[in-house]
Each structure stands twice: as C-alpha cells, then as structure tokens.
Design a protein around this ligand. Structure first.
Ligand code: PHE
Length: 343
C-alpha cells in the first residue's frame, strides 16, 4: 500500500505540473481526491488493514493527501495569476490615450466675441430691470417696416437694403422688429432688450457686412424723456468700457423715433485728439436712438398720450471693433478660428 501511495503522489504531482489551465487542474483533483478518486479509494480501504498497519498507513495517506492539496493550491494560484497577466497582456486600455477616432485631445469650444459681448450686454440690462426678448430672423413687412412707421414706398425703406424672400417676407434688417413683437407681449411700463442677427443687402468691405448683430432696447413708461435715454446709454457704455465715456447726441432720422439721434462717443483710440478710426473728428458714431414715435406706440396698442418711451439700436460689431482694435468687419463671419481664439 505504501508503494501505491507513493505512486499516486508521484503521478499526481506530475499531472499537476503538466496541467496548463484551471480546467485540467480540476480534472486532476477529481481524479485523485474526488468521490472515486485514486487516493479516496485507498483511504477507504484502510479499514481492511490490520490495526497496527492501519495507523502507519493512515498517517502516510494523510501526508500524501496534504502534499497533493498543497501542490494543487499552488498550481491553482499560479495558473490564475498567469491567466490574469495573460488577460492584462491582450485586453487592456490606456486611460491616458485619446478617445477612439481622435488623434489629439479634443479642443474645447470657444465663445465668439459677438456672443460674449451680447451676453455681457444682456447682463448689464438685466441688472437695470430690462427683460430679454427674442424674435425670428425671417420677418414680415409688418414687423420690420409697417409697424415701425415705415409704410410701403416710404423713402426710408431705401435706408436699409433688404433681402426679400420669394413669398414677400424678408430677412429682418434691424432688431427693431423685436420691439414691435415686444409690445405685443408685454404691457407698459416695460423695459426690454432684443439681441439678434440682422441682414442687409449690401456689398461688403472692411466696414460693411451683409450680416451683423444688434441689440435693440426699448423702455416705455410715463414721462420718459431724452434725459432717461442719456442716463441709460451712459450707464451701458460705462459698464462696457469700464470707465466714463463722453457722449454727444446729433440729430438723426429714423421714422420710428421722434426726435431721433445718433449717439457718438469720444474716440477711445485717440482719446478725442483725432486719429484714422474717428477720421480726425475725435468722435465715433455708435448708437442710433430716440424717443419712440407715437405711431409706433399706437401700432403696438399703446396710448401715446399716456405713455412715452425711448429706443436704441446698438451695433455689436462696431462696438467690438472699437474695443479690440479690429480693422475689418468681415473677420467676424470668416469662420477662421484663429480669429475667434484671440478673444
Ligand atoms: N433700427 C435702427 C437701425 O438698425 C436703429 C435704431 C433703433 C434707431 C432704435 C433708433 C431707435 O438702423
């Protein structure tokens, strides 16, 4: 029996060494220690031995069993470690690598300087009690012209060359269309601003674009006068340029305001002494504005005997060009990210 035990031990240790994976190792274990395993059968037959033999053989058999178990354990962990490192070798990800399909870190987006200024202006006006309104870029004649005191065939229509659609609508030529829509939505007293993209059928050059951006503003209350207009415009410019800006009003004609003005600011490039940007005048035209024409209030269902208001149309492109010294308006829509990334 002792020989048999030694043979089982030797054979099993050999098999354990030779098993290449956990599955065949388990087969070895079952073949030796299972219910009908070779060692199990020997252990079971111990009872047939003479008592003095039984003790010795029992001890021997237990030692063999222990050795086999130890060897099985070692091989199991060796094989599973090997399995893991095998897995690690062929199935791993480099978390420092780029996303699939990219060759570089994806670039973060960048806010266009026009949007940036628009948000800034929205904040300034919101803090002064204005609400922000929106309107469509494709408009009807009513909102863009008629309700603004510009009837058909009025020469003022020529001031704003218009993109017409085939069905007789148009691309809005100014954000003033938003103030007409505003009067339908809110009742006086109110303060609204309407930022947006506007279109003119124009030949482009360094200072003209067919597509640009404005912020319309309108305040309606009792007894609104030019001094209210000046106060809010100065406040706006102080916030935008972070300092007091000298302004002047010149008469300007727009059918939807009376009186109408061109608001000029002291040239910020030369400080007023004269330079190419202000054409040596010391002043830069920035902000058309005025007191809302009674006909406009009427077309918005507001009684001009009870209410009055001011309105203005701030051009964003010009303002940014002043702020950053940009010399060509066409940069804004060029789509060249090198332009955008400078701001
Ligand atoms: N809508 C005018 C324009 O774009 C500007 C303007 C707005 C003038 C409001 C006066 C009052 O030319």
């Amino acid at each position: 029996m002792e020989e048999k035990l030694n043979a089982i031990l030797a054979e099993t240790l050999e098999k354990i060494k030779g098993s290449a994976d956990l599955k065949s190792l388990d087969d070895v274990r079952v073949g030796v220690l299972g219910r009908k395993g070779s060692l199990t059968l020997v252990l079971r037959s111990l009872g047939e031995l003479a008592p003095e033999e039984r003790g010795r053989m029992g001890k021997k058999a237990n030692e063999v069993k222990k050795q086999i178990e130890t060897s099985l354990d070692e091989r199991t962990s060796a094989l599973s470690e090997a399995g893991i490192s095998e897995l690690l070798k062929k199935d791993w990800i480099d978390v420092t690598l780029n996303a699939p399909g990219t060759t570089r870190r994806p670039a973060a987006g960048h806010i266009h300087p026009i949007s940036r200024l628009q948000y800034e202006i929205e904040d300034i006006f919101t803090s002064m009690g204005f609400q922000i309104l929106d309107g469509p870029e494709a408009e009807t004649e009513h909102y863009n012209f008629e309700a603004l005191n510009i009837p058909k065939h009025h020469p003022a229509r020529d001031m704003q060359d218009t993109f017409w659609t085939e069905d007789g609508n148009l691309l809005r030529t100014h954000t003033s269309a938003i103030q007409v829509r505003g009067m339908e939505k809110v009742r006086p007293p109110f303060r609204v601003v309407g930022p947006g993209r506007v279109f003119r059928y124009e030949t482009t050059d360094a200072s003209h674009e067919n597509t640009f951006y404005q912020v319309e503003g309108m305040m309606v209350d009792r007894d609104i006068s030019v001094s209210n207009l000046i106060f809010f415009m100065k406040q706006l410019l102080r916030e935008i340029f972070k300092k007091d800006v000298k302004i002047r009003l010149r008469p300007g004609f727009f059918p939807f305001v009376e009186p109408g003005f061109e608001l000029d600011i002291n040239c910020l490039i030369c400080g007023g002494s004269g330079c190419p940007v202000c054409k040596q005048s010391g002043w830069v035209e920035l902000l058309p504005c005025g007191l809302v024409h009674p006909n406009v209030l009427r077309s918005g269902g507001i009684d001009p005997d009870e209410w009055s208001g001011f309105a203005f149309g701030l051009g964003l492109n010009r303002l940014i060009m002043m702020r950053y010294g940009i010399n060509d308006i066409r940069h804004f829509l060029s789509g060249d990210v090198r332009f955008v990334y400078q701001f």
